[in-house]
Design a protein around this ligand. Structure first.
Ligand code: PLP
Ligand code: COI
Length: 343
């Protein structure tokens, strides 16, 4: 499976955020204490023992990152080393053997290169979503970490996570359900957090809100994060984001904070009380899939809090979005060294 030269025939400008089969995925197997070499395969299926710990005890961790095509036709991956580090942390927490950073980077680069025909063309607004995942396999019934693992990286071309791309959405605060426990794994990217979050997700969807905002699971006093993205607020010259042990440290949030600081803003990471929302000028939901989605209304205990006039995206969030996307697609100088060019 070599470099695919021609682009796949897809409706690039109207891609959903969903799975589309590509050329191949890459797999590594862990057995007898070591990882195998990576293997590119076209098979979309995996064969597992029915007693695999990933299936009944949820021993699974994953990542999400993106590759883009630049105007010159180069393929670049956004900050993959950060995802390698985060996966390492997630693995440690649920007793999955470490995936060396080099192996992670090699796998990501190889699978992106082999699927070059599925990297959305420059200017379409779409990207190649990269999904690494690791699962505990082999038959085991007593509770304990698996003896064998499979690490897979698949890719899929995607459009915006929320319909319409950079368009404001409204959110509702979820107090009825938690996604993470105070001393749990809310700060790790593990499958169990997302299963736990499904009830909260159904709650906000049933109420007609595309996004739900979770509060801290202990006191319901502080803002944690949205179901699939971090919370940021702009107040005057401040970029404010919650400091909490039960939220995922977002690489997009980190990147936007760096960009904001470069724009002369003050970066404030601190516990943020839900009662403070009326003071904020602009709110954003930030993550790899969500990029930065402007949140122009938050419903909290039946009351609507509005941000910015007429439900339009605010100026700071709009500027942050433009800068981030321009860096990711090579239109703006990569002055922070975030792009990994696929050779
Ligand atoms: N929070 C949660 C719960 C997520 O699932 C994600 C998505 O990865 C994020 C935040 C954003 O993280 P990142 O910017 O690294 O994609
Ligand atoms: C991502 O932004 O990469 C995510 O993981 C969100 C996903 C849960 C849809």
């Amino acid at each position: 499976m070599g470099m695919v030269k021609d682009k796949a025939r897809l409706d690039w400008k109207n891609l959903p955020f969903d799975y589309i089969n590509t050329e191949c995925n890459i797999r590594y197997y862990y057995k007898d204490g070591r990882w195998s070499d990576g293997e590119l395969v076209s098979d979309e299926m995996i064969s597992l023992h029915m007693a695999a710990p990933a299936l009944h005890y949820g021993q699974e961790a994953f990542e999400g990152l993106k590759a883009f095509e630049t105007a010159e036709g180069k393929i670049v991956i956004f900050r993959p080393i950060e995802n390698a580090k985060r996966l390492k942390r997630s693995c440690e927490r649920i007793y999955i053997p470490a995936i060396p950073e080099d192996m992670f980077l090699e796998g990501v680069r190889k699978v992106v290169k082999a699927n070059a025909g599925f990297v959305p063309p420059y200017g379409t607004g779409a990207s190649l979503y990269i999904r690494p995942l690791v699962i505990g396999v082999g038959g085991k019934v007593g509770l304990g970490p698996a003896d064998e693992y499979i690490f897979i990286i698949f890719v899929t071309p995607v459009g915006p996570y929320y319909k319409g791309g950079f368009k404001p959405v409204k959110a509702i605060v979820i107090e009825e359900f938690d996604r993470a426990a105070p001393l749990g794994v809310g700060d790790c990217k593990v499958g169990g957090n997302y299963a736990a979050g499904l009830r909260g997700r159904q709650f906000h969807i049933d109420k007609g809100y595309p996004i739900g905002l979770f509060l801290d699971p202990k006191e319901k006093k502080y803002i944690d994060e949205f179901g699939t993205s971090n919370f940021i607020a702009v107040q005057g010259n401040q970029y404010i984001t919650p400091d909490s042990s039960s939220i995922l440290p977002s690489i997009t949030n980190d990147s936007l904070a760096v960009i904001s600081s470069d724009m002369g803003m003050d970066i404030i990471k601190r516990p943020v009380q839900i009662d403070e929302i009326e003071n904020f000028d602009e709110i954003g939901a930030v993550g790899t899939a969500a990029v930065i989605t402007p949140v122009t209304l938050i419903n909290y205990r039946g009351k609507d809090y509005n941000f910015k006039d007429g439900g339009n995206a605010g100026p700071v969030i709009t500027e942050l979005y433009n800068r981030l996307v321009r860096i990711q697609t090579g239109d703006m100088e990569d002055k922070f060294g975030w792009l990994d060019v696929v050779e």
